[in-house]
Structure formats: C-alpha cells, structure tokens
Design a protein around this ligand. Structure first.
Ligand code: SAM
Ligand code: SF4
Length: 336
C-alpha cells in the first residue's frame, strides 16, 4: 500500500506531500457572506457537472487507498445542502485506512443533522461564525440566521463532533472591534476560535490589503482583554498559529495566510464539486478528474493523473508578487 511519505503519494516538486484532502460538495450556499459572494449569489454549477455521491466516494477512495490521503474535510459552498452528506461521510469513514473526516459549515440546519452525521462517523466540525451580534451577522451574511447557527454549534458539541472550532473573518469597520467578545463567547461555549485573515478569493474581487485586518491587529484586539502565550504544542502543518488564552488550557488560533504564509508546510490538496483537482487554493490550473471518471479510466490511471497534477504546485501563493492573479474560481467554488 502507498504511504503518505512514499514515492507513490501526492508529492510536489518542493518536497511537500499532500495527505489532507478538501472536498467541495457543492458551490451553492444559503448565506451570502459579503466577503465571499455577491447578494444575488453566483452562477451555480449545473447538476450534471457536479459529481454524484458515487463519483465523490470513488475519488476519495482512490485518494485514501492509493495516494496516502489521511484526512478528508468536506466543504463547499455549503456542504449541508448536499442531501447525500451522511452517506458520503459513512462511506468515506469505512475506507481502509479509515481517514479522519471533518466538515466546514455555516451550521444552518446542523441542529437537525448533527446526530446523523456523528452516527455516520464524522469526527469533527468547524463552524463559520464572524459575530454573535444579530445585526452584524445579518449585515455580513445578508441573512437573519444567527439563531440557527448558534443552535447548530450547540448540537455539534452535544453530538460529540468536537473539538468544535469556530472560524471567523474580521472585516474592517464591521466586526473587527468585537474579536474579544467572540473569543469570550467561544470560551464559555467550549469552542475553539480561529480568526482568519481575509484572502483575495471573493467572487467580487473586492479584496484589498489595506482593508484586510492583519494578524497583528487581531493579536492587538485580543490582547486588550486576554493574555496570549504561544501554544507549546507542535504546530506541524496546521495553518493556525495557536495561543493559550490566559494561561490555558483554552486556546485561540490565528490563520495569517497573507501576512505569515505557511505554504512551505502545506499538506493539502483540493477537489472541486465538479471533479477538478487543485493543488492550491490559489492555483490557476486544474486537472479534470471528472472527465477521467466519466470516461474509461481505471483507478490507477486516475491516481496517476492526480499525482501529475501535484507537480506544478507552486512554492507559495504569491499574493505579494506583482504578477499575482486572483484565481478565476472564488473560494465558495473551490472549497475553503
Ligand atoms: N459555507 C461553509 C462555511 O462558511 O463554513 C464552507 C465554505 S466557506 C468558503 C469556508 C470558510 O472560508 C469559511 O470559514 C469562510 O469564512 C471562509 N472564507 C470565505 N471567503 C474567504 C476569504 N475571502 N478569505 C478568508 N476566508 C474566507
Ligand atoms: Fe456561504 Fe461559507 Fe461563503 Fe458564507 S463563507 S457565503 S457560508 S460559502
């Protein structure tokens, strides 16, 4: 069997090996976070171009059995919109070796599905929540659904899908003054907060470095109310730099993708809802595994194509390069 570190895994030309697969199950969403997509939504992928449940599971199986994938995260768009999600989770978890399976979600409807997902074998969830203020939540997501998210978070915890992480993006002049409030909410609920620097991946192409709230600013606002000390636990390839809050054991993470990039330790590879492999969030090339799947390709041929797609992975995202070009697909269509 292939190993994550063996020559048959998903190695790139800089010595990194991808073992963490992010699968976007749909590009559709029931929120409209203004840093992610426009109010009117996007032109969604036609159903026939979206992988079926069987196709998703086949690609994940090839990743796990032949390419050393050890962690699978389902995302989107909003993955809870995918009816077959519990089945996809169960079939992924049943693979040999059984990967760690997690979900990144806005939590709408999670209060109804958390138990079924846990029963299917889901290990953990990350819930996106940028504010606990109803008016600001409505302003950012363009939907008045804060209560559903809070119910989803609580259900995830009681279903044992922990440690439940909360992902937040801070927006200048909107919720950036409330980072400490969000951390307090997470400490009280036993959720682990991670604050993410905004990246140039919005569909509207409105991102600018000046508007982005930097890791330095995030630290400053948290440290106004809490003492943060570096987490003694080894970071490995985790994107979040974690800190003990007031001496621990509670932690907070900061994902400084732009100002402190961690590309050198990246162990991720992504699969879009229409079956394209992307070796980086910021990649401009994709490899069409759906065409191979729907043709006559064997599992081995698909695995070879996937390995080949890793070779062009760049050493870094290059946001600071003058030649940087935002990828054509927005975050919601790549899978965050
Ligand atoms: N809909 C699900 C959710 O919101 O969790 C999954 C997909 S969403 C694209 C995944 C994560 O990406 C969310 O935590 C969201 O806040 C984050 N995100 C979206 N656009 C972003 C951007 N431009 N920069 C940084 N994070 C972003
Ligand atoms: Fe939907 Fe997630 Fe994008 Fe918000 S961040 S619009 S919840 S895909």
């Amino acid at each position: 069997m292939s190993t994550p570190t063996g020559t048959h895994g998903l190695a790139d030309s800089y010595g990194r090996v991808a073992t963490d697969l992010r699968v976007s199950l749909t590009d559709r969403c029931n929120l409209r976070c203004n840093y992610c997509m426009p109010a009117e939504g996007l032109e969604w992928l036609p159903t026939e171009e979206t992988l079926t449940d069987d196709e998703v599971v086949r690609l994940v199986r090839i990743g796990v059995e032949q390419l050393g994938i050890r962690e699978v995260r389902f995302t989107g768009g909003e993955p809870l919109l995918r009816r077959g999600l519990p089945g996809i989770v169960a079939r992924t978890k049943a693979l040999d070796p059984s990967p760690e399976v997690s979900l990144t979600t806005n939590a709408l409807g999670l209060s109804r599905t958390a138990d079924a997902l846990a029963a299917a074998g889901l290990d953990r969830v990350n819930v996106s929540l940028d504010t606990i203020r109803r008016d600001l939540f409505h302003q950012i997501t363009r939907r008045d659904r804060l209560d559903d998210v809070l119910a989803g978070l609580a259900a995830a915890k009681s279903a044992g899908l922990g440690p439940v992480k909360v992902n937040a993006v801070l927006l200048r002049g909107v919720n950036d003054r409330h980072a400490a409030e969000l951390l307090r909410f997470c400490l009280e609920g036993d959720y682990q907060l991670r604050i993410i620097e905004q990246m140039p991946l919005d569909a509207q192409h409105n991102w600018s470095r000046e508007k982005m709230v930097t890791a330095q600013e995030i630290f400053a606002s948290l440290e106004a109310e809490f003492t943060l000390t570096p987490d003694p636990e080894h970071r490995g390839s985790a994107p979040a730099e974690t800190f003990l809050v007031d001496g621990g054991p509670a932690k907070v993470g900061v994902i400084a993708s732009v100002t402190r990039p961690f590309c050198g330790d990246c162990d991720r590879v992504r699969l879009t809802a229409d079956g394209q492999v992307r070796n980086c969030l910021f990649a401009r090339e994709e490899s069409d595994l759906r065409a191979a799947l729907r043709g006559t390709a064997t599992d081995e041929e698909i695995a070879d194509q996937w390995r080949l797609a890793m070779i062009t992975k760049r050493p870094g995202h290059g946001i600071d390069d003058t030649t940087f070009l935002q990828p054509t697909r927005p975050m919601s269509a790549i899978g965050g």
